[in-house]
Write a protein that binds this ligand. Structure first.
Ligand code: SF4
Ligand code: SF4
Length: 439
């Protein structure tokens, strides 16, 4: 059972980690697979028992059912957040899934197709754009023929126009031209793969927001960061893509020192931040963290930000379309925290605070907000039925808030939530909302 990759692992230590579990069950209501199936095998606690069996009994291989329970885990890390005993569930799961690279998802025709997609499509902007056009066509077909299989239904609405963003280029802030040679005021924004393909407008909005708060933005010609391949068990390929990605992160651009790298996809930021071989001069931030760190005081004071929202009120209203700028109506918005933002990076409360600051916005509390939406990289392709059940549960909770406007900060969540909500709902990245009020 334990291959060479794990030969160096101290099994006693792994057992100790499992024994930290006191079986309290606090993790159960946080776990999307348990909530959807009601099956203890699909819960964090149940999976810990299985991992213990794997180690203690020296089994060659787990039974198919047990393996399936482990494979059903989204890796959302909500259980780690919920666990009062600090069980290192993610480490244990990684350890137990060591044979996953040989599992059925990595074999056969679909395994081959997946590998080629990771290897050749994700790092290639031209092929990604062709994939984007195909998605549009598939989406159009689905609208005409809604009874088609679920594979088509996972596509997002794709209403944003694709606008090419020049790479190896600077986008200077007009708010802060004096600081052009100040590394504190310059950030690197990577376009990545999924965000740039299906939600490319979010990048433009992020640049607008960063410029508006006084940052100059540099966009390198980097490709996929490797998170999708790695999270799907293609570790070697993911690692190679990560190394290629990191090579594109510079510390000097045209003689100007730069040390801040900013991410607007929670999944990419979480993945790169956990790298062990980072250039120590680089500072990595999710965009939410950058907003929070500055607390809107520097370079742009919070007071100015509030004032801008007031000035931009009619823009905010026009952003919401049907609401007349002259009336006193408010907009109900709900917020879904992406797991890679809240559980993996521990970034919580920033967007909720910003939404509360906005005039005429009612932030509606989302039940089970911290529970994963079922996206988790390519999980909805690997486990379509379970992903669909989890997505439907999230959509139901959103509908119960009566807010028809959903804000979330990860392209996977945006796509999964959109796919499970009726057409009259809007799902946007917080940068899109902020760009609308800041510019
Ligand atoms: S919350 Fe932690 S200690 Fe409690 S059952 Fe879950 S993993 Fe075990
Ligand atoms: S990582 Fe997510 S899906 Fe997996 S056991 Fe924990 S809460 Fe459940």
């Amino acid at each position: 059972m334990l291959n060479e990759k794990h030969a160096h692992i101290n099994l006693e230590e792994e057992i100790e980690k499992i024994n930290a579990c006191v079986h309290c069950g606090y993790c159960l209501p946080a776990c999307p697979t348990y909530l959807s199936t009601g099956n203890e095998g699909n819960s964090p606690r149940g999976r810990l028992y299985l991992i213990k069996d794997l180690i203690r009994d020296g089994k060659e291989e787990l039974e198919d059912t047990a393996k399936n329970y482990l494979d059903n885990c989204l890796g959302c890390m909500a259980c780690e957040t919920a666990c009062p005993s600090g069980v290192e569930y993610t480490d244990l799961l990684e350890f137990a899934r060591h044979d996953r690279e040989q599992s059925k998802y990595h074999k056969g025709f679909w395994g081959f197709i997946r590998r080629q997609a990771f290897k050749y499509i994700l790092p290639n902007r031209l092929l990604l754009n062709m994939a984007r056009i195909s998605l549009r066509v598939m989406n159009f077909i689905y609208k005409l023929l809604p009874f088609l299989p679920r594979l088509v239904k996972i596509q997002p609405k794709l209403e944003f126009e694709y606008k090419k963003i020049e790479t190896d280029s600077f986008y200077p802030s007009l708010e802060n031209l004096d600081g052009i040679d100040n590394p504190e005021h310059t950030v690197i924004l990577n376009l990545g793969c999924v965000m740039d393909t299906i939600y490319n407008q979010v990048h433009l909005d992020t640049i607008k927001v960063l410029n508006a708060i006084g940052y100059h933005v540099y966009v390198p010609s980097s490709k996929c960061c490797g998170a999708l391949a790695s999270h799907s068990g293609e570790h070697a390929l993911g690692e190679k893509q990560k190394q290629d990605f990191l090579k594109k992160q510079k510390t000097t651009i045209d003689g100007i020192p730069v040390n801040k790298v900013v991410f607007n996809s929670a999944g990419c930021g979480a993945f790169i931040k956990e790298s062990e071989d980072l250039d120590p001069e680089l500072e990595l931030y999710d965009i939410a963290e950058l907003l929070d760190i500055n607390n809107w005081k520097a370079p742009l004071p919070l007071a100015n930000f509030k004032k801008k929202i007031e000035v931009a009120d009619s823009r905010l209203m026009s952003f919401f379309g049907e609401i007349d700028a002259s009336d006193e109506m408010s907009v109900d918005i709900t917020y879904h925290p992406a797991c890679h933002l809240s559980h993996a990076q521990g970034i919580r409360g920033v967007y909720e605070e910003i939404l509360k600051l906005m005039q005429r916005v009612n932030l509606k509390t989302l039940y089970e907000a911290e529970v994963c939406c079922g996206s988790a990289g390519f999980y909805n392709l690997i486990k379509p039925d379970l992903a669909d059940d989890i997505g439907k549960r999230k959509a139901e909770n959103i509908q119960n808030t009566e807010a028809k406007f959903v804000v979330t900060a990860n392209p996977g969540c945006m796509s999964q939530i959109e796919a499970h909500l009726p057409d009259d709902y809007e799902v946007v990245h917080p940068m899109t909302l902020l760009a609308a009020v800041l510019t």
